[in-house]
Design a protein around this ligand. Structure first.
Ligand SMILES: [Fe+2]
Length: 278
């Protein structure tokens, strides 16, 4: 309310946040109307702010719900795969632990560690699409059977691609069988073109496969497996990651413990498969 009637004064007042501009002498009716309108406007602004805040909470809740539904479906697929291939469960867990140990020594940021953990847990999920007789076959595979097995990174990627939560880990899973010299699959990409998480998992995966008894051969000793990993540095594996792995592995083997507790996932699912609802 002012006795100044100039237009510039009115504009300046409104710019400074005034709701309206009443000149003296004023009528009580106009003053009452102006105050009522201002209060209504204020109330609507508060309602809008509350609505936006609630909307964000609701969207977060719904996203959490959708993610947990997806994770439950993936749990079921993991269970189905474990039923088909008894070797998978322990293998995925050990690949996760070895991969996390390497990544920790590479000083990867926490969000990368979390992505790597999911990728390692799920890296072989695509084997759900491989026949059980092939997964557990004692002898060597025919070329047709081999082609079925090598599809598993792409199958896993197709299964996981609709899930927003896993979008960032798809390249790591897709390329976990690439070789540093470009002779792997499915992309035949080489060197640093291969995602770092895939280069880490490739070593963890191969080391664990070699030190485990499989349907078609007995386990190698840890020394033999380490020597093989070292022999393949620069051809099959990233030599820098190999040297980190070998230094980590020596520490792990010290007193028979696989890994220190802090390298394990903190929010494991009740099933212990390494998946957790964020
Ligand atoms: Fe694999």
């Amino acid at each position: 309310m002012t006795a100044h009637a100039e237009l510039e004064t009115a504009v300046a007042a409104l710019k400074n946040g005034a709701y309206d501009y009443i000149r003296k002498p004023f009528s009580f009716d106009i003053l009452f109307l102006t105050i009522r309108n201002a209060l209504e406007k204020r109330s609507m602004e508060c309602q809008l702010r509350n609505y936006q805040a609630n909307l964000e909470t609701k969207v977060k809740e719904q996203t959490g719900l959708i993610n947990s539904m997806y994770l439950r479906s993936i749990h079921s697929l993991i269970k189905a795969l474990e039923a088909k291939d008894r070797y998978t469960r322990g293998h995925s867990q050990r690949v996760t632990l070895y991969s996390m140990a390497i990544a920790t020594h590479l000083d990867l940021p926490p969000e990368h560690l979390e992505d790597l953990r999911y990728a390692a847990v799920l890296h072989d999920l695509g084997k759900i699409g491989v026949r059980e007789t092939i997964l557990n076959k004692p002898g060597s595979l025919t070329s047709e059977e081999f082609l079925e097995v090598v599809r598993h990174p792409e199958v896993a990627t197709r299964i996981l691609s609709p899930i927003p939560l896993f979008r960032d880990i798809l390249p790591a899973i897709l390329h976990h069988h690439e070789r540093f010299d470009g002779k792997g699959y499915p992309g035949r990409i080489a060197g640093k073109e291969i995602p770092l998480h895939s280069r880490i998992m490739a070593i963890a995966d191969t080391y664990d496969a070699m030190t485990s008894t499989r349907a078609y051969r007995p386990a190698l000793s840890e020394e033999e497996a380490s020597a093989e990993i070292l022999r393949c540095a620069g051809t099959q594996f990233d030599p820098e990651v190999v040297s980190v792995f070998l230094s980590v592995k020596d520490k792990l083997d010290g007193n028979g413990d696989l890994l220190p507790l802090e390298w394990r996932g903190e929010e494991e699912s009740p099933d212990g498969d390494g998946l957790s609802v964020p």
